[in-house]
Design a protein around this ligand. Structure first.
Ligand code: NAD
Ligand code: WQD
Length: 338
């Protein structure tokens, strides 16, 4: 298939491009490079053995998108483009609502106009809020999102389902990612946060490489096996492959499909730190800090539906995730910057 990949220069998008090409698909990337670098696409090009067509375009720029969709006939869009920093979204709600909501509205309208009515959307475990049941199945009701970022994911899921309900030529796959970490095995692409990392693994790798003094562990009094927060970490390469599998649902005209994309295993903050230290033989000093507002104790999924319906299941465990995150960081201490 020919796939429009919005946000394809980003962390998950760049890894997904590799798996798309490996499976025989081709892609065109639209990204405004707000949170990414063209260098990521150059490196993906080297891995897949051909240059990835790229348009530095904002998805809110209707004319710019029109140009791309007039030039190619796409079978499907994988829609990664969006702002994703939870804390920043609390400080800049308008910017988050405007970018994520309006960007998707323009994208859907232009897609519809050009007869491309298949979309795979990057949703998030955040839509479950503080989950009603653990492990989380797709039947679990959506919860209250404590931040504008999460609200945009939850609302966009509804928008996409309404669009499909009104016009059943659409096929919509909502992939609810759990906690993606890791990097491609070459260590040439990976997660490249700007400034102080918000997420656990990039913070750990920056401590390990000496850029930050110590990791703050946000709370050790949760109701978990060691008191620290438990999450379902998933290797980004497994996550990337889930998108390729989701194309099969699009191909069989699934209507709406909603899938949890995680491993089904929960690891605490200290489990991740200990695995990282053991696998990589490096120190990660840490100290216990107060809980981070908005955090929940435990979040992991039941990924059985994705296995049954998409034929997808995670292959990598926490050791590989820690190894590959470190491989990327140590080979690229400054990310994509020279
Ligand atoms: P990322 O920031 O690395 O990638 C997002 C890309 O979208 C960036 O390259 C950015 O420049 C681009 N972008 C943002 N706004 C745009 C716009 N208006 N027009 C064009 N391009 C734009 O993030 P990621 O981690 O790769 O996440 C990809 C998607 O998955 C996002 O939608 C994110 O919300 C979602 N998601 C991520 C996680 C996670 O933990 N990384 C978890 C669940 C869901
Ligand atoms: C994981 C655990 C922290 C940093 C977020 C978004 C979610 C999704 C994935 C996009 C928690 C602890 C973290 C640190 C720590 N993104 N931690 N010290 O919060 O589960 O999910 O990213 O959709 O929507 O909310 O991920 O990596 O920030 O935190 O102790 O410096 O690590 O408290 O228990 P989270 P995370």
């Amino acid at each position: 298939m020919k796939i429009l990949v919005t946000g394809g220069a980003g962390f998950i998008g760049s890894h997904t491009l590799i798996e798309l090409y490996a499976a025989g698909h081709t892609a065109v990337v639209v990204d405004n490079l707000y949170n990414s670098s063209k260098e990521a696409l150059n490196r993906v090009g080297k891995i897949v053995g051909e240059e990835i067509p790229f348009y530095q375009t904002d998805i809110r720029d209707r004319e710019g998108l029109e140009k791309v969709l007039s030039r190619y006939q796409f079978d499907c869009c994988i829609h990664f483009a969006g702002l994703k920093a939870v804390g920043e979204s609390v400080a800049k709600p308008l910017e988050y609502y405007e970018n994520n909501m309006n960007g998707t509205f323009v994208l859907l309208d232009v897609m519809r106009k050009h007869g491309c009515k298949n979309i795979i959307f990057s949703s998030s475990a955040t839509v479950y809020g503080d989950p009603a049941v653990i492990p989380i199945t797709e039947q679990c009701p959506k919860g209250h999102c404590t931040n504008p970022y999460g609200q945009t994911k939850s609302m966009l899921e509804e928008v996409l389902m309404d669009v499909q309900k009104a016009d059943q030529e659409w096929n919509v796959v909502l992939l609810r990612y759990f906690n993606p970490i890791g990097a491609y095995k070459t260590g040439t692409i990976g997660e490249n946060p700007n400034g102080i990392p918000n997420n656990l693994m990039p913070y750990i790798t920056q401590v390990a490489i000496g850029k930050r003094k110590e990791l703050g562990v946000f709370g050790n009094d949760y109701d978990t096996h060691d008191g620290t927060g438990v999450r379902d970490y998933i290797h980004v390469v497994d996550l990337a492959k889930a998108h390729v599998c989701a194309l099969s649902a699009i191909a069989r005209q699934c209507g709406v499909g909603i899938y949890n994309i995680g491993t089904g295993h929960g690891y605490s903050v200290l489990d991740v730190v200990n695995a990282f230290v053991k696998v990589n033989g490096v120190d990660v000093p840490y100290s216990i800090k107060p809980r981070r507002p908005g955090d929940i104790a435990t979040c992991y999924c039941d990924p059985a539906k994705a296995k049954a319906e998409l034929g997808w299941e995670a292959q990598y465990g926490i050791e590989e995730m820690c190894r590959d995150s470190w491989n990327w960081q140590k080979n690229n201490p400054n990310g994509y910057a020279e």
